[in-house]
Design a protein around this ligand. Structure first.
Ligand SMILES: [Zn+2]
Length: 621
């Protein structure tokens, strides 16, 4: 943890929690730090397991330390050894503590002689929370099994024993074996021309936090999209994906122009099957992405802008704990908007910013006070739950406010300097604020006070004077929605023929939570929303139609839920169903069929919705 100048400490009246160890990890970085990871693993599709060794290079900080403590979850540890300088190998005693539901099992390795390297021989279990194993039938092409990891927030420990805290960065290399014909990819430089001979090596020379450790293996094809970018996907998907993401080089160049050179050499994208639980994951060199953004018209390509932006905000400058995740996601959502503006124009960027600000306002009203803060109290929420709209959209709204107050040129220069200053470091909110005070607030006095910054960062809600972009097309949609609900404008008279995805999202988002049934039927007759292949529109349509009591959409909603495992696009539909006993029973039937293809995180989320609905029947979750 970095120490701060006293003046900054006084100005921001730091909460004590800022100096506590990461509450989501057993690691003791003040005692010993992992500096390099060397993986040697085999991918076994039959056993649904990774098995082999992890060798950790150690930097001992405390000369008295008797042990090395690591994070694990459900790992089968066979042995632990110390590696001596001359190749000498000696066994080390270790104990695995009883399992903690949130943190997993603490692995304590007795190492009073402070070996420079420790090697752990282990295997993962088929239900590892950070891995998903898909049978051939569960993939798009239905030909070859496929596996992938999702380490953020604290799931790297379910496939590698390590210090699983974003405060700790390490370099890694890996030797991975797999059946012949399988392509293995990792969050490192990948070679598009690598033969599919079952033997892969990887090198990540930049220090990364554990949540950026990633692997995927399966029947994957590749298409180059630029001099330093390629798209990987199943053979049946790769052409469509390469077309949707053909602007990748333009996006990289636009970001470099704003915030300095891309530090990671190559930027590739892997499109996974629809069970991938997130929109995208910014694994270094290899963004993992959902296929739900392949809608044919590039309208959802802001996902690539977002994941690419993380190459600066997040992967280059990382939040040191999950409490500070808004430093990754809020900054990234802001940068994403700037990339979108540079490549696709101001209207699209403004539409996206306004869409998420309005959705945030609606969401905040239902949130507990702690969850409304950019810096929620740690442990009041789980590490996975820290990734809320508040971190993304309130964070980015704050940055838009700074841009407006200090002027775009000054703020751009500031942000570029911030990324360069903290490159390849993990920092907390208070370190960022101390830097901001010196390099922004004090440099341009009178633009924004410390009290105003404090309100954004430490108070619930959004300050009343927070600026919003004006989007004329959205104003029209607001007017049309009102007229439609009043009955003065028929659904077929809506000017929706030219609406893009964002405009449909905006129209649907701001319908009443439970609109009148007749209105939903009228809308569907005019615009055939039921059965839409666009999952962003589908999720919003089904959630509202179900809440209105429109049983005619149930089967199509069920197909949407079975087709898509992305949390954000499927859980709102489950929640809508769970509000009534009939709906809940129907959703449980769908889940029974969908579950085998869902990621463990999606399973956990859906089962949580069911449990809550049963504990409070009739109450919306
Ligand atoms: Zn993100």
């Amino acid at each position: 943890m970095r120490y701060l100048p006293a003046v900054a400490l006084a100005a921001f009246a730091l909460p004590l929690s800022a100096f506590a160890a990461d509450p989501y990890s057993y690691a003791q970085p003040s005692v010993v730090r992992v500096t390099h990871l060397d993986l040697d693993l085999g991918v076994d599709f039959d056993q649904k397991a990774l098995a082999g060794t992890a060798t950790l290079k150690l930097d001992w900080k405390d000369p008295q330390a008797p042990e090395l403590v690591l994070d694990t979850r459900d790992l089968k540890i066979a042995k632990v050894e110390a590696l001596g300088a001359g190749g000498a190998v000696s066994p080390l005693k270790f104990t695995l503590a009883a399992s903690d539901k949130e943190l997993g099992e603490k692995l304590t390795i007795a190492a009073p002689k402070h070996p420079a390297e420790v090697r752990i021989t282990y295997a993962t279990v088929p239900t590892a929370s950070g891995l998903q194993w898909l049978t051939p039938e569960q993939t798009a092409d239905k030909k070859q099994a496929l596996m992938f990891s999702q380490s953020e927030s604290i799931h790297a420990r379910s496939w590698v024993p390590l210090q699983d805290s974003p405060a700790i960065r390490f370099t890694y290399d890996a030797h991975i074996t797999a059946p012949k014909g399988v392509r293995v990819l990792m969050s490192a430089i990948n070679d598009a021309k690598h033969p599919l001979d079952g033997d892969f090596t990887f090198d990540q020379p930049h220090p990364i936090p554990s949540y950026l450790l990633a692997i995927a293996a399966g029947g994957l094809d590749v298409r180059e999209t630029g001099p330093r970018s390629a798209v990987y996907a199943e053979p049946g998907v790769v052409a469509k994906a390469a077309h949707e993401f053909e602007d990748t080089e333009k996006l990289i160049a636009a970001t470099e122009k704003l915030y300095g050179p891309y530090a990671w050499t190559r930027y590739d994208i892997l499109v996974l099957p629809p069970s991938f639980p997130f929109g995208g994951m910014e694994n270094p060199n290899m963004t993992f992405a959902t296929p739900t953004v392949l809608v044919g018209d590039k309208s959802l390509v802001s996902l690539v802008s977002h994941e690419l932006a993380h190459s600066w905000s997040g992967n280059l400058v990382t939040s040191a704990s999950w409490r500070d995740i808004w430093l990754n996601e809020g900054f990234t959502t802001y940068v994403q908007g700037r990339i979108t503006e540079a490549v696709y124009g101001k209207t699209q960027a403004d539409e996206e910013a306004l869409l998420s600000a309005r959705a945030l306002e609606k969401g905040l009203a239902k949130m507990p006070v702690n969850a409304q803060k950019l810096t929620p109290s740690p442990r009041a929420v789980g590490a996975d739950d820290a990734l809320t709209d508040v971190a993304y959209d309130k964070g980015s709204w704050f940055l838009h406010t700074l841009e407006q107050r200090f002027g775009r040129d000054n703020f751009d220069a500031y942000l570029k300097g911030y990324f360069a200053h903290f490159a390849f470091q993990s920092i907390d909110t208070e370190t960022m604020l101390a830097y901001m005070k010196t390099n922004l607030l004090d440099k341009y006095p009178g633009k924004m006070s410390v009290a105003e910054v404090r309100a954004w960062v430490y108070e619930p809600g959004v300050p009343k004077d927070a600026p919003l972009p004006t989007v004329a097309r959205f104003d029209n949609i607001d007017a049309e929605r009102t007229a439609f609900l009043d009955g003065t404008l028929g659904a077929d008279k809506l000017d929706a023929k030219t609406w893009n995805t964002q405009e449909w999202m905006y129209f649907l988002d701001r319908l009443p939570d439970a609109p009148p049934l007749t209105k939903m039927q009228e809308l569907d007759t005019a615009w055939h929303l039921t059965g839409t292949p666009n999952a962003e529109i589908g999720m919003r349509w089904y959630a509202h139609a179900i809440a209105a009591g429109d049983k005619a959409v149930w089967n199509a909603a069920g197909e949407h839920m079975q087709r898509i495992g992305r949390l954000y696009l499927t859980t709102p539909v489950y929640r809508a169903f769970a509000a009534t006993p009939d709906g809940l029973a129907f959703a449980e039937g769908i889940y029974a069929k969908a579950k085998p293809a869902y990621h463990p995180m999606t399973q956990k989320a859906v089962e949580g919705i069911f449990a809550k609905a049963k504990a409070h029947p009739g109450k919306a979750t």
